[in-house]
Design a protein around this ligand. Structure first.
Ligand code: PLP
Length: 532
């Protein structure tokens, strides 16, 4: 081997060349900043045509600038969500404290599988999980948990514990043809389907309970369903309650769900199902739990204080969950992947435990500490703990309270303005939420009346189809005619979660996760609707 070339290669790619790294980071930062001047419309179109034809591997060693150049076209002008006009979905801009945390993490590149591969990063994970658990469970005694690569996987952990509860040893012998069911609401996230499919209980054994108009699981129907399932000798492994549905921010009554499951499982002599709470989006409301509305240190307006009071009452529900999913990369404005799966009682992790002999190359693993003995993943990124701890402490609880309050305020402003337009109808008006779901119908229609008739089952299927088409058509029309420099980019859902008489209700959607979105942007949305 040419030793000289080898030395150069090592020097370029395996030593810290600080000036060179700083220069390239600055260039990337500068181009990200320059992008702020652009509109959030898709700036550079994708080139899938030749993506496969030209996979591109350079033939001779280059330098760090080659690395920069290789990714730059895909970095520039593509998917910056920092723009305050982005309101499509539960994705906001990541905050800069999280960026510091995430970069620190990348520099050390720890692997959270065991202590040996991560040193103090595992300690940071324990800290981050406990900090989040204290927000959710409100100063609980013995919580534990792990970071995962997303809400889907965190939900999977909850469901898996449930299966092990009702069929002990399923990890070893499988479910052996037993019918096992999971339960969530009709407004629950589609990851519930993913989980039921991937865990082998089957998507057809995921029972979706209809919600009331406020997107909250109907407890009367849950009760009926549990009776039916137990009569049919089905094992009910878990109930996944949702705290903040993805579209309309509906919140299930976790306490009522727990009481119902406890009572009925006992009646049939069955094992209590796991009560998991998918708070992927909604967990962030728990930063409001401790806000002192009397002294009101952040000078929130009376209307906002009213919303906070309601949010505080809802937050109490989280304490009734055995386990919780938290996505820090959504309403937490953290970097991907930052999802946490948290149990209220650490002993519940025994359902996931493997022995050291199951994980031979972690033979030195310590069962009391090393997560690899219970996680689905082997190698596990540490972005989550770094993002969470940097963000929570950089921004501080009062900072978080302002951020969440501002989201609620912007959503409320939009709801109130839409409520004054007779051909519009806000669908989640009674929900304290950072998101708004609504209808826009052609001028001249009375949206409220049409909605009421839909709920009362007085519309023919032709009428339902026609109105749904109109709602979609007007959304597409705005998309075509809007001015990308001033008009917010909105989302559309074909079913926001409440399905009276089994009918899916489409909706326009706006999610206020971007702290830089202004009142003027909301007002301009109204104008753009009036101009359609
Ligand atoms: C986004 C979301 C999920 C899935 O989370 P990922 O991090 O995207 O895997 C699950 N549940 C709810 C309520 C969500 O909004």
């Amino acid at each position: 081997m040419d030793r000289q070339k080898y030395q150069e290669l090592m020097g370029t790619f395996f030593e810290w060349n600080q000036p060179e790294l700083v220069k390239i980071f600055s260039e990337l930062l500068a181009s990200a900043a320059a992008e702020e001047a652009l509109t959030p419309a898709q700036i550079m179109s994708q080139n899938y045509e030749t993506a496969r034809a030209n996979p591109e591997i350079h033939s001779i060693p280059g330098n760090l600038k080659d690395a920069r150049d290789a990714i730059f076209p895909y970095f520039w002008g593509t998917d910056s969500w920092n723009n305050p006009l982005h309101l499509e979905n539960v994705r906001g801009p990541a905050n800069q404290a999280s960026l510091i945390g995430a970069i620190a993490c990348l520099l050390k590149n720890p692997n959270l599988c065991t202590d040996r591969y991560s040193q103090r990063s595992n300690e940071l994970e324990v800290k981050a999980i406990t900090a989040l658990a204290n927000l959710i469970y409100y100063h609980t005694i013995d919580p534990w948990g792990v970071f995962t690569i997303g809400g889907t996987i965190s939900n999977l952990y909850g469901a898996k514990i449930g299966i092990e509860r009702v069929l002990p040893g399923a990890m070893q012998v499988g479910i052996n043809g037993r019918r096992v069911a999971g339960i969530c609401s009709q407004a629950g996230h589609y990851s519930n389907q993913t989980v039921a499919g991937w865990l082998g209980i089957g998507t057809s054994n995921l029972i979706e309970i209809p919600t009331d108009a406020n997107l909250s699981m109907r407890i009367d129907l849950l009760e009926e369903t549990l009776h039916r399932l137990y009569r049919e000798k089905t094992k009910v492994a878990y109930i996944c309650a949702t705290f903040g549905t993805t579209d309309g921010f509906g919140i299930d009554d976790v306490r009522a769900i727990r009481e119902c499951a406890e009572r009925i499982s006992q009646e049939y002599g069955e094992t209590m199902p796991q009560i998991h709470c998918d708070a992927a989006v909604g967990w962030t409301m728990s930063v409001l739990t401790d806000y002192d509305r009397k002294s009101n240190p952040l000078k929130f307006e009376p209307k906002l204080l009213g919303m906070i009071e309601k949010a505080q009452a809802l937050n109490v529900g989280l304490r009734y969950a055995d386990s919780v999913t938290i996505d820090f990369h959504k309403f937490g404005r953290g970097h991907y992947p930052s999802s946490a799966f948290i149990v209220n009682r650490r002993e519940d992790l025994k359902y996931l435990a493997r022995t050291v002999s199951d994980t031979p190359y972690f033979s030195d693993a310590d069962a009391s500490r090393d997560p690899a003995l219970l996680t689905l993943e082997c190698s596990r990124p540490a972005i989550g703990p770094y993002s969470v701890i940097a963000s929570l402490n950089g921004i501080g609880l009062a900072g978080w309270q302002m951020l969440v309050a501002r989201s609620l305020e912007l959503a409320q402003r939009l709801k109130e303005r839409l409520a004054k337009i007779e051909y519009c109808k806000v669908l989640n008006s009674e929900i304290i939420s950072p998101s708004v779901n609504w209808w826009v119908l052609p001028k001249g229609r009375n949206a409220q009346e049409i909605f009421d008739r839909l709920v009362r089952n007085e519309l023919s299927s032709e009428q339902i189809q026609r109105y749904s088409k109109e709602i979609r058509h007007l959304f597409d029309k705005r998309l075509k005619t809007m001015d990308a420099a001033v008009d917010a980019r909105l989302g559309f859902t074909t079913s926001f979660g409440y399905c009276p008489n089994g009918v899916d209700i489409p909706a326009w959607k706006a999610v206020f996760f971007n702290p830089r979105t202004t009142d003027e942007i909301v007002d301009r949305m109204i104008t753009s609707i009036e101009e359609l």
